[in-house]
Design a protein around this ligand. Sequence first.
Ligand code: FAD
Length: 571
Amino acid sequence: MANLNIDSAKERTFDAIVIGSGISGGWAAKELTDKGLKVLMLERGRDVKHIKDYPTTNMYPWEFKHRGELPMDVQEANPIVNRCYAFGESAAHFFVKDKEHPYIQTKPFDWIRGYQVGGKSLLWARQTQRWSEFDFEGPARDGFAVDWPIRYKDIAPWYSHVEKFAGISGNKDGIAELPDGEFLPAFPLNAVEEYFSKHVKVNYQNRHVISARCAHLSKPNQIHLDQGRAQCQERTICERGCPFGGYFSSNASTIPWALKSGNLTIRPFSVVESIIYDENKGKASGVRIVDTNTKKAEEFYSRIIFVNAAALNTNLILLNSKSNRFPNGLGNDSGVLGKFVAFHNYSAHIGAEVEGFEEWATDGRNPAGGGYIPRFRNVYKQETDFLRGYASGFSAYRGFKHSYDGFGEDFKAGLSTKEYGPWRVGSHMMGETIPKETNFVKLDNSNKDAWGVPLLDISVDYDDNDEKMKKDYIEQLTEMFTSAGFKNIQPSTNHQAPGLDIHEMGGVRMGRDPKTSMLNKWNQLHACTNVFVTDGASMTSTSCQNPSLTYMALTARAVDHAVSESKKGNL
Ligand SMILES: Cc1cc2nc3c(=O)[nH]c(=O)nc-3n(C[C@H](O)[C@H](O)[C@H](O)COP(=O)(O)OP(=O)(O)OC[C@H]3O[C@@H](n4cnc5c(N)ncnc54)[C@H](O)[C@@H]3O)c2cc1C
């Protein structure tokens, strides 16, 4: 961190300010500094330096006091974050604990957060698919939300731009609904995954089981080595932080790159309270922060502001940025700020056993997690009684046949057997949800956090469309598993609250019409054009593909526009 000995407005002025240091903020900082701008990155959490601040990254299982589990008192004190599969002893220090940062759940919502330099980029599962034309044309075609102001062709070159730098492994599968990218070699499917892939190819039209695409350096290029990163070692303990930089995180990639330029100043422990609007100039002039150590309010100024605090916190900051011109939140002439929040529906799974394949076993690890089944419902035409569709994860594995019988030596022998059990397969649903005005966030004006910022009140729920989609997923996957000869098929659905998919989006949506949307096609606030929102808040609809690659591409695209407009004197 640069030494901020600042006492004059001039010293508190930068060319650009980036709010948040996670996946999208890291990209904003990298692109802006690459173009020569002096950038201040404001981050509410502590600093996390690559490698140095990954305390568990090289620990063996037996070195953890609780062998990787969290003690009951920690679990009970954190009912929300404890529902996240990655919240364990090895990575708990990167998650927000429930009591530290409260919010109001008018409807149950599991808000999973990582407040530190790097944000959730340290924790994510690194699944990275492009969205397709079917996603960007979706709302207009199917009559929901508002039309995206961009199409696939507008973002395609920017996907290429970020993929080359981040490093995405995958195959060129030639599927229109899941466009190919600039890939490093894919992690291969195992024998049973390969079998299912071939079975589906032969027996189904427009259904595919492919190697999952993920942000791992399966075979680094020079640009990755230049970042100080190395080949993924397939350790699959990524949520601890990777000392090899084997997967993409802001900490391993974009932030050190931007720092190397000499143009980036990072200020951790800085909660952005609001964006300052200059009524005379008709644009934003800077941001107000609260220093979390001193509790002192401070201001920083810039010509360009990128808001990348992650979807719901970005909503909060804009809602809290009130002025005479914008009494209901910055840029909120339309009244849609905070509304049309959507997410992904991960509430259905299916498992089964597989006979045969006894000459094969799973040895080693696959950081991509196995296979991916792109959306096949309602792609080329509407064919069901629900809108849109779902992608599915698919993986197969074979573990040892453990026995828990006996005592003493017998018990130990049963546990340590090297005899394999049967193959098992599993899949989970990743459904698109429809953004609706009734799914919204707002400020709770009677409760404030430790820094005087109003708490966020979340009112987001599933609907009938989600229930129908879930039923269809179970029916279709059961049918596909049956046809493949899988046995003992066990579908399951749960009633997890929205949020646990950790893909919340919307509230500051892009659109063509300022009367019904917040952002234009360049992610600029229609009504305050030097403020850019390029995280999940800006999403008009959610696709069913993972979203973070799209945030990266939109961010790089928006920076390019911001800098070129700035050079023309338009910002
Ligand atoms: C376990 C897990 C698995 C996931 N798997 C995937 C996956 O496979 N694929 C995928 O695409 N996505 C995945 N995600 C989601 C992915 O992590 C997010 O989409 C992504 O990190 C969002 O990037 P962001 O920049 O918007 O937010 P973040 O990465 O969350 O960064 C936001 C930053 O802003 C800071 N901030 C917030 N408020 C303020 C404020 N007021 N002032 C200053 N700073 C602030 C935060 O502290 C944080 O550092 C996963 C997430 C988790 C936790």
